[in-house]
Ligand binder design. Structure first.
Ligand code: GLU
Length: 473
């Protein structure tokens, strides 16, 4: 944490919001309404641990905005959870959903525990009790508020949530839509797990494909050959690294809390992941140099830096020493406003969290739609498309007297699977959002940075939505 000033994450979101609000035409009262957290549920409940001890668990769910229903946002398990943090993260969810045109309000939940210190059975009891507390207060449901994974949670926890909810609401036909990020067998959607990392890649690739933006940074267009540093090898960091590597970038350093590793020829995230699993540490990876102090990795020269861990890791203390040309905020809130100002001055492009990491919630939206429609994506059209493509190709081959190769044949005939449709929907959402934000920034060059342009985009959409609801005559 920065030594510069007492840090409030929610206050920092409010600061960014206010900075952007001055570039919009909305009246003060409406801006206040957009900014405020509508409902804050702070709870304490007892859970009996394996050794017979009773522990009082501190937990939260914040609904920032109901301008669209349901509210949407993950649940994190972390020692650092507090009300201020959950409020900030819930606010970011509202803006994030607005930017990528996902019709939800923002929400977020948190349980103040370090999941590594609990047995699986204890975690299950905590998660199920948390869910029943949400049910009691009407803070969860497919049309009310829909949690999802976040830092420290994943498919397993989402399974416990949907099972608890469904058992408390017998006969609710849409119960599976009460939470997203579920395993496929429990109503999950293919493509959700890699969604945030893939969205980060799509967003940065789109920025890198803009010749004018790259020229300003002194970089060539495209992601091929670009050097990338990833902080955090959790779900988001792992998949971001994977997609950059697969598309020709070089991931030269990966940082985790126990240290970081560097290899100028590039690292393979899967091999690093397996090494860490086997040895318990990212350090001593074959062929790579160890960096004892994890945060030093953020200061290595590179084209793209991807902080994919927690908030506030780049701040007034270290921003000056960061040498990356582009910073892609895969985590929520990894930069403080002080860091933002330093980067704006240095001409570093910060691609902001609240849209760049929106891949998770975008695919959550697809999962929720799947749950409400009770049908797998692709089920209705896959065979039809394949039959039609076969027919078209056969006709072309007959008319021309030529045949395409087997590789081409398979590619052309292939009808969409669920994962194809999900990835394509995600790609479209990320490209459209990147272009929209950049267009706002170009239209008004006095906007200081891309984060402010993204906020302007979000505020305009939420403002329009509130106005069209008619509650501000
Ligand atoms: N926790 C993720 C986020 O911060 C995903 C939220 C969701 O899918 O609802 O965006």
């Amino acid at each position: 944490m920065s030594n510069h000033q007492p840090y409030s994450f929610f206050h920092s979101v409010e600061r960014s919001f206010d900075k952007a609000a001055s570039f919009t035409k909305w009246e003060k009262g409406l801006l206040e309404q957009i900014k405020a957290c509508n409902s804050i549920y702070s709870m304490r409940f007892p859970v009996k641990m394996d050794d017979g001890r009773i522990e009082v668990i501190e937990a939260y769910r914040v609904q920032h905005s109901q301008h669209k229903s349901p509210c949407k946002g993950g649940i994190r398990f972390s020692d650092e959870v507090n009300q201020d943090e959950v409020m900030a993260l819930a606010s970011l969810m509202t803006y994030k959903c607005a930017i990528v045109n996902v019709p939800f309000g923002g929400g977020k939940g948190g349980i103040k525990i370090n999941p590594k210190k609990y047995s699986v059975y204890e975690l299950e009891k905590i998660t199920r009790r948390y869910t029943s507390e949400l049910v009691k207060k009407n803070f969860i449901g497919p049309g009310i508020d829909v949690p999802a994974p976040d830092y420290g949670t994943g498919e397993r926890e989402m399974s416990w949530i949907v099972d608890t909810y469904a058992s408390l609401k017998p006969g609710e036909i849409d119960a599976a839509g009460c939470v997203t990020g579920k395993p496929i067998t429990q109503g999950g959607v293919r493509g959700r797990k890699e969604a945030t990392g893939l969205g980060v890649f799509f967003g940065i690739r789109e920025v890198c494909n803009m010749p004018d933006v790259m020229a300003k940074l002194g970089l060539t267009t495209g992601v091929v050959g670009k050097t990338v540093i990833v902080q955090g090898l959790g779900n988001v960091g792992y998949h971001s690294a994977k997609f950059f590597r697969e598309h020709g970038s070089k991931v030269i350093a990966i940082a985790e809390y126990e240290g970081a590793i560097f290899n100028s020829n590039g690292l393979n995230e899967e091999e690093v992941f397996q090494h860490r699993k086997a040895t318990g540490s990212i350090l001593n990876f074959p062929g790579a140099t160890n960096i004892a102090k994890s945060t030093d990795a953020l200061e290595i020269e590179c084209d793209i830096l991807i902080p994919a861990a927690l908030e506030n890791v780049i701040n007034g203390d270290n921003a000056e020493r960061v040498k990356a040309k582009i910073i892609g905020e895969a985590a929520n809130g990894p930069l403080t406003p002080e860091a933002d100002e330093i980067f704006a001055k240095k001409g570093v492009l910060v691609v902001p969290d609240m849209y760049l990491n929106a891949g998770g919630v975008t695919v959550s939206y697809f999962e929720w739609l799947k749950n409400l429609s009770h049908v797998r994506y692709g089920r209705m059209e896959k065979r039809f498309t394949e039959n039609l493509n076969t027919h078209i190709l056969t006709q072309m081959e007959e008319l021309t007297g030529k045949k395409v190769s087997d590789v081409e044949r398979n590619f052309i005939l292939h009808g969409p699977e669920e994962v194809d449709l999900v990835h394509s929907g995600l790609e479209e959402s990320m490209i459209a959002a990147t272009r929209e934000i950049m267009a706002i920034w170009k239209e008004n060059p006095t906007i200081p940075d891309m984060r402010t342009a993204a906020y302007v985009c979000a505020i305009n959409k939420v403002g329009t939505s509130y106005t069209e609801l008619g509650i501000f005559p």
